[in-house]
Design a protein around this ligand. Sequence first.
Ligand code: ATR
Length: 308
Amino acid sequence: MPGSPANSISATTRICAVYGHPVKHSASPALQNAGIVALELNWRYLAFDVHPDDLAEAIRGAQAMKYIGLNLTVPHKLLAYELVDELDESARTWGAVNTIRFEGQDDAGEWVSLGELPVDYEGDIRTKGFNTDADAIVRSLCEDLGAELKGATVVLLGAGGAGRVAALRLAAEGVKSIRLVNRTESKAVAVQNEIRETYPDVNATAGYPDDQKADILLNATSLGLKDGDASPLDESRFSVNGAPKVYDMIYRPAETPFLARAREAGAQTANGLGMLLYQGTAALEIWTGRIAPVEVMRAALRKEVYGN
Ligand code: ATR
């Protein structure tokens, strides 16, 4: 790397950032800076609290300052979809943008990451939106829970933003059936209908399965985030013994009461830290064009979130 050593800020240090509102609890700076250091890049990753009304301006400002890339977190992922110049297939498929890459043109006229161009690049810059959340769910279920998704039967709790993307991504992966459970049933029915239309081979139905069985039980609701939250699972409708593999997208606390119940009932369990990790490693790969140092980033994330 030309310029200063990777560990000191200089006039050639490049910036990535996460925009959210609120953002102060984001673990992404710890996660990404660990990866950046391991790759010996003269980059820094910062977090900015950006109000939705200011999102367009904040993205334009980053573009003008030749940032390398951005992550978008709550509540910006849908709005960013409308604001970028180009959409990667991942963003188009899942309908949300959580990663932006600023791109310039190389000598052959190809659009590439600004991270691969000189710091004094002067040509046009465009924004390209990606979604790394959806694949991260599948990767975490496979790697952290050892789940075999093709042909699996799934009970999915939650049909909000995260639940919808998980349901569609699992359908794309070829699960056999998905039962969609949500407090507001109309949202579960809407996701059911979306799956039936796009993935007709998948048996999607709103509500708990009659046979009280599933290969995978997945919580995508926000229940369990706060002390004293009710369980996302109605055990009069589906016993926690009904699924051998149970996943909770919540990672703070590390073990929600729902996940503890499942573990005590003998299920194999995993929390959502892997999802957070893999959406981040994928973003770093999009910006750098290099393989992300997953284990270094996992350790940094664990330390940031759990202090060990
Ligand atoms: P996210 O982007 O994290 O998915 P969201 O779109 O607000 O956030 O979705 C939150 C999910 O948690 C929804 O499934 C929501 O159910 P509703 O669609 O009925 O709102 C669920 N949820 C939140 N609070 C809940 C509660 N007290 N009881 C049951 N479900 C709840």
